[in-house]
Design a binder for this molecule. Structure first.
Ligand code: SAM
Length: 239
């Protein structure tokens, strides 16, 4: 049994192991609405504030896990000043970001997992973003600020979507485009009742709840290859 010190946890972790029932109830409420079948793939989006804004929007609409191909300018991906690899301290604490080596490989991998990939890309086959069915498992592919989505990835995608533009400029900021599309996905999913019942399995819910409630202890469990302890209904560790 893991107690507060009963299983040899490093004392430095224990002050973090405090969870109020209210906070735990919020964690459960949010996890009950997470949408594991909705995600984004950020292809070389290189400005930290854009990455952070996209991840915040992902959290707001219930994306469980996002995907990113880091820019090939040699700089690490950053979110709000935290290196990509960092695991806490900002919005990406609530939305894991999985890293991929290249966009086409990532598109193929997501398709193999049953996702339709919608590339935000102007082409002969582009359709209005509102015509897509976001109740299907969906990944929205977003491009770099300068170059957009690369042609090979756009071709590999299941469809190309655009937000109609009637102004003098040709494109939106990438985080604005992401929010526009993800909130359309949220609208469709709400109408389909997809936020009304948990989309995560009971095991996934339990594991994610433990990771969110006790990030340091969960990291220690993974390091030791030990199962997470069962929390009580209010999120407290076993005595
Ligand atoms: N010069 C780039 C191009 O030709 O694609 C502009 C890239 S735009 C600033 C950055 C990203 O924002 C795009 O790759 C796309 O993901 C998204 N985006 C911007 N405007 C969009 C729109 N009207 N429809 C769909 N996506 C858009």
């Amino acid at each position: 049994m893991i107690g507060r010190g009963g299983r040899g946890w490093p004392p430095a972790l224990l002050p973090c192991a405090v969870m109020t029932p209210e906070r735990y109830a919020k964690i459960l409420r949010v996890l009950h609405r997470r949408q594991p079948t909705l995600t984004v793939l950020m292809d070389q989006v290189n400005k930290p504030h854009n990455l952070s804004a996209i991840i915040r929007t992902c959290d707001a609409v219930g994306v469980l896990e996002a995907h990113a191909v880091p820019p090939d300018d040699g700089r690490p991906l950053e979110f709000e000043g935290h290196a990509f690899e960092a695991t806490s301290g900002s919005a990406h604490k609530w939305v894991r970001v999985q890293r991929h080596a290249d966009a086409v490989g990532a598109v193929r991998g997501l398709q193999a997992r049953g996702f339709q990939v919608l590339a935000t890309h102007l082409s002969q086959r582009s359709v209005d973003y509102r015509d897509a069915d976001y109740t299907r498992p969906t990944c929205v592919l977003l491009g770099a600020e300068k170059w957009g989505v690369n042609d090979a990835a756009a071709e590999a995608a299941d469809a190309n979507i655009v937000i109609p533009m009637y102004g003098m400029v040709q494109s939106l900021n990438v985080s604005v485009a992401a929010a526009t599309i993800l909130f359309e996905a949220q609208r469709q999913r709400l109408a389909a009742g997809m936020y009304a019942a948990p989309q995560l399995s009971p095991d996934e819910l339990r594991n994610r709840a433990f990771e969110w409630a006790y990030p340091d202890l969960s990291a220690a469990c993974r390091e030791r290859n030990e199962p997470y302890p069962l929390l009580d209904d209010t999120g407290q560790l076993p005595a």
